[in-house]
Design a protein around this ligand. Structure first.
Ligand code: ME8
Length: 655
């Protein structure tokens, strides 16, 4: 993306409808949304595309497993993705579904054109197929146990008549594309893998299937009804059919795309197949295919079977959407893998967002209110603070370059340097002493310097923190739009005289004990979440909606057992904690710290039983190890542990 482009087209992958949205989907979508908002703010005509990938064997099988038709199932899950993005305020211009009629028409037109160009021929395919990855593999690519090299699942042997795309023909043109456009693949380090892969030779690609029929049919002119198109051909073409390719061509002015965001696992499809298809269609190449890294959770790979998948809605509900956006964009350099933990998220909120950003706004409100009845004038800012202002303007101007190169974390770091200048200036100049000494003009210049810093930062942060910046706008009496972008950032001007409005803290501090246990494990049902108690944690997320539904497998990812409390004592200096030794039938007792001291005396618990979450990652509380969690229910009548109705053997499974 560059500032000079006047149309900007940004895409996310289209998400398979066999799964609910997780942090990986949210990550790509939030990056794309940030870039699209920024492109619009800076005055570019922008088109932002996202959507769902609904055809193929995987979806057909998932639907059948639920006793639904593929279309019914796709409608349901696609609707959930869309509802989540709407809930998140994602500013997509089109949400495409590969079951949309216009898409199918466009795909058939593209197939026809590739055929007419001599790039499609009929043959027989015999080889390995991974339904989960919807990918063909040669024998040499398979793992030793014949598993899929990408996901490790068993592959099946497919032997059927198939149409082929002459991918091998494009090897040289692809290598030339990579060589002549070193930033075609971002981050550049990833390009090497692709160049090596293509240099090793390309096989023609099987692009139709006959063994199932949930897919786009071949064009009628092919007269070959038993074939449906390979799902990746159908899916990749969404990036042009969404603009009207092969149909009304309404938005084709946006092609070629500026940035196509993908996860690293699907880079090969986008950096090899996709440009080859485009070459066959005589269309220009996208400017960048940008591959992001993989999110893990608390250091572990996320998977449905482990039940540790991060639900973006749950996080956003518990910690705030803007904070979640900031965390995703700030925590990990684009292209690298990242780890999600509530601790890291909480630290970002309290430190970057609360202390550095929110607190600076608070200080503006406080100082302007106390000294100047909330009136701020920029009149003398340059007289007293030209040096600081120059430094701020230069940093902010430079920060944009990072955004254009997708180094969003660096972009944010530069903005935070500016906030540091603001916070430091208050300490250095001590406006309270200026007021005491009657230097009112200087004090006003200082308050106005900080207000200008906040206004300029707000302009650049609007795409990252849309709702919180709306609050800053309200407080500072400014409007962030293309005009203010040009005046405050491009022309480095100052804001007009303004009146500050008092608002609530932007990012109230999240206390340690309020880390939402609700998002500590997606294996615990909503009901269980509401009644879990471990140490001093409380529950913040109470909403139940379809997006949060879990499968039975996920539920059974939590090991619930009956434990017998054999010892109990108070934790010194803690108002809430009891230290328990609990027998779970394992031949040794587990130490569990539970935040129930206000409701139970230690001695009353000895010999009693409770329901325990037995496979929780051990945690240290007040320097002591806690190896599990007791379940309890709390309402206005107090807190009660969940216990078996009749005594059970220690370690009895709860299901
Ligand atoms: O691949 N961390 O769809 P999809 C980061 N339909 N990103 C992750 C992730 C994780 N833990 N897990 C998955 C498809 N992703 C195709 C795309 S486009 C023409 C067709 C990312 O729903 C993954 O890398 O399986 C991919 O970019 C995206 O989620 C969608 O995956």
């Amino acid at each position: 993306m560059s500032q000079k482009d006047n149309t900007i087209y940004i895409t996310t992958p289209i998400y398979y409808v066999n799964d609910v949205a997780h942090i990986g989907h949210a990550y790509t979508t939030i990056i794309a949304d940030t870039l699209a908002r920024y492109a619009r703010l800076t005055g570019n005509k922008t088109f932002f595309l996202t959507g769902t990938d609904e055809h193929g064997q995987k979806i057909e099988t998932s639907a059948a497993a639920r006793g639904k038709s593929p279309k019914e199932y796709a409608d349901e899950v696609s609707g959930k993705f869309r509802a989540l993005w709407d809930d998140f305020g994602i500013t997509y211009d089109r949400f495409i579904r590969t079951t949309d009629e216009e898409h199918k028409i466009g795909v058939q037109k593209a197939f026809q054109k590739m055929f007419d160009n001599g790039d499609i021929y009929k043959g027989n395919y015999e080889g390995n197929y991974c339904v989960s990855c919807e990918t063909f593999y040669t024998d040499a690519q398979l793992l030793d146990n014949a598993g899929c090299p990408d996901c490790g699942r068993p592959t099946t042997i497919v032997k059927e008549e198939s149409y082929f795309f002459a991918l091998s023909k494009y090897q040289d043109r692809l290598l030339k594309l990579y060589e002549e456009n070193p930033s075609f693949i971002l981050p550049k380090a990833k390009a090497k893998e692709i160049v090596n892969f293509v240099s090793g030779g390309l096989n023609d690609l099987s692009i139709s299937r006959t063994s199932f029929d949930w897919g786009v049919k071949l064009p009628a002119s092919m007269n070959d009804d038993k074939h449906v198109m390979y799902v990746w051909l159908d899916a990749l073409l969404n990036y042009i059919t969404a603009l009207g390719y092969g149909d009304d061509e309404k938005n084709m002015e946006f092609w070629p795309a500026n940035i196509q965001l993908v996860g690293k696992d699907i880079l090969r499809f986008h950096a090899i197949f996709w440009p080859a298809f485009l070459m066959s269609l005589d269309l220009p190449m996208p400017k960048h295919i940008a591959a992001h890294g993989w999110w893990t959770r608390d250091g572990e790979k996320m998977s449905k079977s482990k039940g540790n998948v991060v639900d973006p809605k749950e996080i956003a509900d518990a910690y705030g959407l803007d904070a979640f956006r900031y965390f995703l964009l700030r925590e990990v350099p684009f292209g690298q893998d990242g780890d999600f933990s509530q601790r890291a998220l909480m630290d970002r909120i309290n430190s970057d967002l609360g202390n550095d950003l929110g607190n600076l706004l608070n200080r503006i409100i406080g100082m302007s209110g106390k000294y100047f009845d909330y009136k701020v004038s920029s009149k003398d800012v340059l007289k007293y603070h030209e040096k600081e202002m120059k430094e701020v303007d230069a940093l902010l101007e430079g920060s944009e370059e990072f955004l254009y190169h997708l180094q969003i974390n660096r972009f944010l770091e530069e903005i935070w340097k500016v906030l540091t200048i603001g916070n430091k200036a208050i300490g250095d100049y001590e406006p309270w002493n200026m007021m005491k000494d009657g230097k009112t003009q200087q004090a006003m210049a200082l308050v106005a310097l900080i207000t200008n810093i906040m206004a300029k930062v707000a302009v650049l942060l609007k795409s990252v923190l849309p709702s919180k910046v709306a609050e800053i706008e309200k407080s500072l009496g400014i409007t962030v739009d293309t005009q203010s972008y040009i005046s405050l950032i491009k022309n480095k001007e100052l804001i007009s005289d303004t009146t500050i409005t008092k608002i609530d803290a932007l990012f109230p501090r999240i206390e340690e004990e309020l880390i939402a246990t609700a998002v500590s494990s997606s294996t615990v049902t909503e009901t269980a979440k509401k009644c879990c108690t471990s140490d001093t944690k409380e529950i913040k997320v109470e909403k139940q909606d379809d997006a949060n539904l879990i499968t039975i497998d996920q539920f059974f990812g939590t090991s619930l057992k009956i434990g017998t409390i054999v010892e109990a004592e108070e934790v010194p200096k803690s108002a809430k904690l009891l230290k328990l030794q609990v027998d779970l039938g394992e031949g040794r007792n587990r130490q569990i710290l539970a935040g129930i001291k206000e409701y139970y005396s230690a001695e009353s618990l000895i010999g009693t039983q409770a329901c325990v979450v037995a496979n929780l990652k051990p945690a240290k509380l007040m320097g002591m190890l806690s190896e599990g969690m007791l379940l309890a229910a709390k309402d206005e009548n107090g807190l009660h542990l969940l216990r078996p109705e009749a005594p059970k053997k220690s370690g009895t499974k709860v299901s």
